[in-house]
Design a protein around this ligand. Structure first.
Ligand code: SF4
Ligand code: SF4
Length: 303
């Protein structure tokens, strides 16, 4: 494992339909400075971590904390990145004001969300203004774009869970979090038994984890190795064994369909993709595995 990604806050000025963490203006869960220090100290103890990211939610909503977090991570010898929706880039020279302090800390990557979910049909998006400013200031920056789901008629390949000639869902939306509740309706589905593999995460040997202020150490959104406020992060990471993890074990053995079968969860006959089934089964198991599944708000449940 080489990366720790802080979910600095679940709060966001947006409430995007495709958000896989259910972030929004009312979401709770923001790191304190002391908690950031604790995580960085544990990251150093792990011994293999070389990259720290600050994400959210929207990390620029807690601007001084984010900048100090970047400074502390650099001081600990890590390369650092930030992911933002760039809401703050209201004009080019204003974007310079926001990015200036980050220049001092040798940022390694600034990722800017730039797509129809974040900017609608604006001609010049705030992400493009931020990108221009970053380039002017010499910050390494890039835009990231999520395409809306679209139905591609008759393009199933006949391999894996795709039946030949059947419609498949294109685009980059990952069907977890709010995306399941807002975007999955009306899309073509495939039988639940066909989803026998997790195709997006390295469950056995994750290259990075996301941590939140509640202590969850996410392997995938809402799927945790354990709670780092109960047991030190370095111990959790070093002791992680996917095969004996109550959720990752079944996922490794039989994918999301295996998870549903091992715990006898029967919900619907069909799902849009692997993640849609996995997330739905995990949501049904929340109360059974509170240590490994959560926080509930990531599953759209307000506590
Ligand atoms: S997708 Fe990004 S910008 Fe949209 S609500 Fe989630 S965190 Fe905020
Ligand atoms: S939601 Fe499940 S199937 Fe999808 S990437 Fe995460 S762990 Fe894998």
């Amino acid at each position: 494992m080489t990366g720790i990604h802080f979910l600095l806050t679940y709060r966001c000025n947006f409430e995007c339909d495709h958000c896989f963490l259910y972030c929004g203006p009312r979401a709770a869960g923001t790191f304190t400075l002391e908690q950031i220090r604790q995580v960085l100290a544990e990251a150093v103890k792990i011994g293999t971590i070389d990259t720290i990211y600050y994400e959210g939610g929207e990390p620029f909503l807690f601007y001084p904390l984010m900048v100090e977090g970047v400074r502390l991570a650099r001081a600990a010898g890590m390369q650092t990145g930030v992911v933002t929706n760039a809401y703050w880039a209201t004009a080019s020279e204003d974007a310079d004001l926001w990015l200036g302090p980050l220049c001092k800390h040798d940022l390694y990557d600034l990722s800017l969300s730039d797509d129809v979910f974040h900017s609608g049909d604006e001609k010049e998006t705030s992400a493009q203004r931020a990108l221009g400013s970053a380039r002017k200031l010499g910050l390494p920056a890039r835009t990231i774009c999520i395409e809306e789901p679209r139905v591609e008629e008759g393009s199933g390949s006949g391999t894996g869970s795709q039946e030949k000639g059947q419609p498949v869902v294109g685009g980059d939306v990952v069907f977890r979090g709010r995306a399941v509740d807002k975007l999955a309706g009306g899309l073509p589905r495939r039988p639940w038994k066909s989803f026998t593999e997790c195709k997006r995460e390295e469950l056995e040997d994750p290259g990075r984890v996301h941590v939140d202020s509640f202590g969850n150490v996410h392997i995938c959104q809402g799927l945790s190795m354990g709670n780092m406020w109960e047991r030190p992060l370095s111990e959790i990471v070093k002791g992680y064994d996917a095969k004996s993890h109550p959720i990752c074990g079944p996922l490794l053995r039989g994918g999301p369909a295996g998870l549903a079968e091992e715990y006898g969860v029967r919900l619907e006959e069909g799902y849009v993709d692997e993640c849609h089934l996995c997330y739905s089964v995990r949501r049904a198991l929340l109360d059974k595995f509170p240590k490994y599944l959560g926080p509930k708000q990531v599953y759209g449940i307000e506590e």
